[in-house]
Design a protein around this ligand. Structure first.
Ligand code: NAI
Length: 341
């Protein structure tokens, strides 16, 4: 059996707790992975390193796949986000977040099944800001034709491979005519010339958000530029039970970094009560990615077993506090391990 070397970044806040729980589940499931642990974020700074140490980047470049816990970014001052740096440095241009109703997880809707595809490298979110005068600051929204075409093509190809029927682009091109206008034109072009069989829809983002909270089942794949994708991901998480249940992945042409949508949750850090499920689901996405890209059937089988185990645990009412239960991080991991087929 092949063993895959995977970079593991525990991260900050609840990161080390949820990554430890996920490691335990993957070990119990005999996932064919060997962890190469690297640091990033406050943990790297505390170890006397840069916030995104060169050896962490080199390890991801070398081994190509990473599982990452959340990293804290100081608000209003301090260093640039590790996540933004990582995505830019490795050109991880496509973020994917599947948002699905889970049986046993209380939420407002019972049949949500949508996938968010977010452009990950430009837009306002890249944090290109400057001080114009003492009293004036400016933030630059950048859109390039190559990046807009690249993410649109990625989203349509992904939708086709996953047999999804429709892509909806959320935008604000009525106001940001140039940047969001370019994003839209590129999506239209890819739809018309390369993927005419996938249904295509455009929606101004404010209307889109209202429709999402009224009836998310009308959406299938959402394609958004960077900042909109960030915000709408958390909104969508709220439709299916919260940040504890939404996984994610950041894809480039060479590397892929799997991480939950949630952050380091400083309010929960050190208490042992964070939900490890979002990161566990991200690890399942990672195993499926290994199965797809390295033709390793063992990875697919392990992913299926872990998925079956956490679904059963949830159906049997095993839940952490964020989902209305009383299990600790480790107790939920135990509940999953006990149910591994
Ligand atoms: P957050 O996602 O860390 O927390 C938002 C709320 O959700 C909090 O009430 C938190 O307790 C809850 N929550 C999050 N994950 C949970 C889990 N696994 N189980 C149970 N409850 C959970 O977002 P916030 O507070 O805005 O950001 C905190 C820090 O995380 C910031 O420094 C931010 O920059 C960073 N962050 C990092 C990300 C990453 O590394 N990918 C993504 C988002 C934020």
């Amino acid at each position: 059996m092949t063993t895959h070397k995977i970079v593991l970044i525990p991260g900050d806040g609840i990161g080390p707790e949820v990554t430890a729980a996920v490691r335990r589940v993957l070990a119990a499931a005999h996932a064919p992975v060997e962890w190469i642990e690297q640091q990033a974020g406050l943990a790297a700074l505390a170890a006397g390193d840069e916030v995104l140490p060169p050896q962490t980047l080199e390890a991801i470049e070398r081994y190509q796949v990473a599982l990452k816990g959340p990293c804290t970014t100081p608000v209003g001052e301090g260093f640039t986000s590790v996540n933004v740096q990582l995505r830019k440095r490795l050109n991880l241009y496509a973020a994917v977040r599947p948002v699905r109703t889970l049986e046993g997880v209380p939420s407002r809707f019972s049949d949500v099944d949508l996938i968010i595809v977010r452009e990950n490298t430009e837009g306002l979110y890249s944090g290109v800001e400057n001080q114009v005068t003492d009293d004036v600051v400016m933030s630059m929204k950048v859109a390039t034709k190559s990046a807009c075409l690249r993410i649109a093509r990625w989203a349509f190809r992904f939708a086709t491979r996953r047999q999804r029927r429709k892509i909806t682009v959320f935008h604000k091109a009525n106001i940001m005519k140039m940047t969001d206008g370019l994003f839209l034109r590129c999506a239209r072009q890819i739809h018309q010339h390369e993927y005419p069989n996938i249904e295509y829809q455009e929606m101004i983002i404010d209307t889109g958000c209202m429709r999402l909270v009224q009836d998310p089942t009308q959406f299938d794949v959402l394609l958004l530029e960077n900042l909109y994708g960030d915000v709408v991901s958390d909104l969508c998480a709220g439709l299916v039970g919260g940040l504890g249940v939404v996984p994610g992945a950041n894809f480039g042409d060479q590397q892929a970094v799997f991480e939950a949508v949630h952050g380091s949750a400083p309010d929960l850090a050190g208490k042992g009560i964070a939900n490890p499920l979002a990161l566990l689901m991200s690890a399942v996405m990672m195993l499926n990615h290994l199965a797809d890209t390295r033709e390793d059937a063992a990875c697919r089988a392990t992913a299926e077993r872990i998925k079956a185990a956490y679904n059963r645990a949830l159906q049997e009412g095993k839940r952490t506090r964020d989902l209305g239960g009383d299990l600790s991080t480790e107790a939920f991991a135990d509940a999953v391990i006990e149910r591994l087929p």
